[in-house]
Design a binder for this molecule. Sequence first.
Ligand SMILES: Cc1ncc(COP(=O)(O)O)c(C=O)c1O
Length: 473
Amino acid sequence: MQEMSSHVQTARPSQMTDLTERAARIKQKLEQGVKKPYKDVIDVSWGDPQRAGMKPLSFVRQVLAACFYPQLLDGDNLPLDVKRRAQELLWCCDGGSVGSYTNTPGISEIVESIAEFLTRRDGIPADPGNIWIHPGSQMSLMKILSLLVHSEASPKSGVLMPVPGHTTTPLSVETLGGVVVPYFLDEECGWEIGVDELRRALDSARGVCQPVALYVINPGNPSGHVQSRKSMEEVIRFVAENKLFLLADEVYQSSIYDAEREFVSYKKLLWELGPPLSHTLELASFHSASKGLLGECGLRGGYVELLNIDPAVMPYVQQSFHMVTCSPVYGQIALALMAKPPQPGDPSYPLYKHETECARSTLLDNVKRVHQVLNSLPAIRCQPVQGGAFAFPRLLLTPKAISKAKEVGMQPDTFYCVGLLEETGLFVSPGSEYGQKEGTYHIRICIMTSADIMEELLRRLSAFHLQFMKDFE
Ligand SMILES: Cc1ncc(COP(=O)(O)O)c(C=O)c1O
């Protein structure tokens, strides 16, 4: 165990909590009129586009408003296609109301429209019977993990997880009594997953736990990496050889910024590889209304699509999923609108197109600016952000800064983030939250902001960084 985890640094949960509390105190002081060298807190510590300053899409909010207050259908304020979609969605709700329980997997018509979306995306028929909606994709993942990880198992069940990676998934594995088996993404190769590293990780688990699954995030959080087909194929073959279950977290699938990269789902690649892999490899793929240009994190809509699950196991899957009566209807509606946005010719289409094109072009500019500005600073190296919601630059901190951090009982990157927040009001999260190779330090910045916020963020970060490096030369 020692051997397996000794190269990962993770922050004590209190370090992120401490930063969050500091940010709240600063906001409060600013509201009370206390003078600071900045007028507001810029919070880009979460992967939450609306918290970071992006605007919701009008179409989504209009349909939701009409579903929740059907009297709006009688007025003239909403476009005709918005009224039609809201009316259709209400017809799918029992009692014609969003206040009713729904089927456990989700409203049937919505599950079907997700299957149609997947069929269009992959060019492979998707079966609505394999799709379950949950209050967020994280809940879908937790449900699948609860079937794979047995708290009483001896040896314990292990799950291979990327480092750096999304914070809540390792917590879910540990809460269920499983063991996190870290595999490191290769920063110098733009955070690619290497099959040699997967083999090393699997070997390190020998005698510690029984690995049952491999978790991948593509596009990556926090790495911003989009996997190549070659790398995905290696992952698939590795998973098959070692009889693992593949958990593919694909929530950032619509956020691709690098023209040389495309999102390919694991399901599609599996299909292309053909039998026996396409018919045998067990796969759970996750997607969400929280990410991409929809960015409706607070509405809590996510789903899992299952593939090649042993029919004998399916009743247990269903039983486990039935423990949640149903997901909130607003999250389900958000997924329905993600699966079937306005089409050319619909009255809402021009505004929808305008809003999504503006947001996309802002994000493309943000990604360029982050890369340009950060890589022009001394002692910061930022890999290209190919997709996802984050830049994850590496800080080349000096021994003086590292020993000062230790002196005050903080991880060095947390120490940097605390200074940045206190002195500039910019709230980014420390790399130690996501795991990183020992002796390396990073910060995570959500890039889903408006252009103005991005410029201000880069200005504050650059000024602080130059001063920090001077102070701890
Ligand atoms: C990789 C990844 N998966 C899942 C989630 C959670 O998504 P949801 O809001 O659908 O639970 C996040 C949130 O940041 C994420 O980064």
